[in-house]
Design a protein around this ligand. Structure first.
Ligand code: DAT
Ligand code: MG
Length: 151
């Protein structure tokens, strides 16, 4: 099985609403490995690079304003199947469509304030992790519980 990386971010609304611990906790409890974590004020250029595939969308200017409106919490998580599993934990883009039990389903009401980002493919997981973190900010480590999570 292939170990994947994903980039997860608590967006500015999640930070302002005091949901950082709650959101980190959901990934931590699931059993994935945290390899990077920081509170970070995102510069406009980085937001534009991160969301470059959406630059033609009508909501793009508001999206960039939103993501740069206050600090975010950037996280890198690692594990077998982490990309798709994190997307399931996060839920659908529109929080009103997101299943109860997901982060967006439980904690948000509007697409423009959907509290969290997660990479949508293993390739983007690698790309976004490298975009948001310097190499020295990422830790390679073995959690003590590793042998109790996977046989
Ligand atoms: P996701 O964040 O679920 O991967 P996406 O990549 O399609 O969704 O879009 C990135 C973000 O852009 C999304 O989290 C919120 C915003 N967005 C997407 N569609 C939108 C829309 N129709 N109106 C307003 N904002 C939107
Ligand atoms: Mg996306």
């Amino acid at each position: 099985e292939q170990v994947e990386q994903t980039y997860i971010m608590v967006k500015p609304d999640g930070v302002q609403r005091g949901l950082v611990g709650e959101i980190i906790s959901r990934f931590e409890r699931k059993g994935f490995k945290l390899t990077g974590l920081k509170l970070f004020q995102c510069p406009k250029e980085l937001a534009e690079e991160h969301y470059k595939d959406l630059r033609a969308k009508p909501f793009y200017p508001k999206l960039i304003d939103y993501i740069t409106s206050g600090p975010v919490v950037s996280m890198a998580w690692e594990g077998v199947g982490v990309v798709a599993s994190a997307r399931k934990l996060i839920g659908s883009t529109d929080p009103l469509q997101a299943e109860t039990g997901t982060i967006r389903g439980d904690l948000a009401v509007q697409t423009g304030r959907n509290v969290v980002h997660g990479s949508d493919s293993p390739e983007n997981g690698r790309r976004e992790t490298a975009l948001w973190f310097k190499e020295v900010e990422l830790c390679q480590w073995t959690p003590a519980q590793a042998s109790w999570l996977r046989e």
